[in-house]
Write a protein that binds this ligand. Sequence first.
Ligand code: ADE
Length: 224
Amino acid sequence: MPLHIDVLTLFPRMLEGFLAESILGKGIERGLLSVKVHDLRAWATDKHRTADDRPFGGGAGMVMKAEPVFAAFEQLQKPGCRRIYLTPDGASFTTAMAEGLSREQHLILLSGHYEGIDQRIRDCLIDQEISIGDYVLTNGTVAAAVVIDALSRFIPGVLGEEKSLTHESFTNKLLDFPQYTRPAEFRGMSVPEVLLSGNHAEIEKWRHAKCLEKTRLVRPDLLK
Ligand code: ADE
C-alpha cells in the first residue's frame, strides 16, 4: 500500500497548487503516494464554525480549540498511523526524518495556527512535533507542504533517477557541487575545463573538492 497522508489545516486551499504541480503532482497522479487535505472547520460544530478561542491565563492571540481537532483525529486516525504537529517549537526537520517518514503507511499532519494549540491536543493526539526551521511562519500549512515534499523524494519512483538522491546535499552530509549546462561559453564566462574533459575520475575529484569548499564556507557545522 502506498503512503497515505491526511493534512489538517484551516487553510486547505494553500495546498491545492502545491499538490498538483511538478514531481510531487506526478507522484500522486501515478499513485505512489496519496494526500488528502481536510479543512478543520468541518469538525467545528457551533454555528460560527469556531476553531480558536482566547487563552486561559490571558495574553495575546488565539489558541486552537481542542474539540474540532479531537473530532478530526478520532475520525481519521487508524492503528499504526503517525501523528505529527508542525510547530516552531518542535524538533528540527532533517533529511533523516524525511526518509523515515517516507517509509510509514499513514501520516496525519496537523498544521497549527494563531499563538498555538490547546496543550491537550499535543498531550493526547500527537506522536511527533516537527519544526522546519528557526523562524515563525503565519501557520504550519507551508511547513506541512515542506515535510510532504521532502519525504516524497524518498518514495521509490517519485524521482526519475535514483542517482539524483545519492549525490545531493545532505544525503552525504556535504553541500552540492556547482552544475553547468550548455552553452560552454556564456557572456564571456566559461565552464570549468575539467567538466569538458571526459575524465570521470578527475571530474569526481573536482566535484568532491568543490563540495568541501562550499560546505566549509557556508555550513562548517556539517564538517564537525
Ligand atoms: N508553524 C509556524 N512556524 C513553523 C515552523 N518554523 N515549523 C513548523 N511549523 C511552524
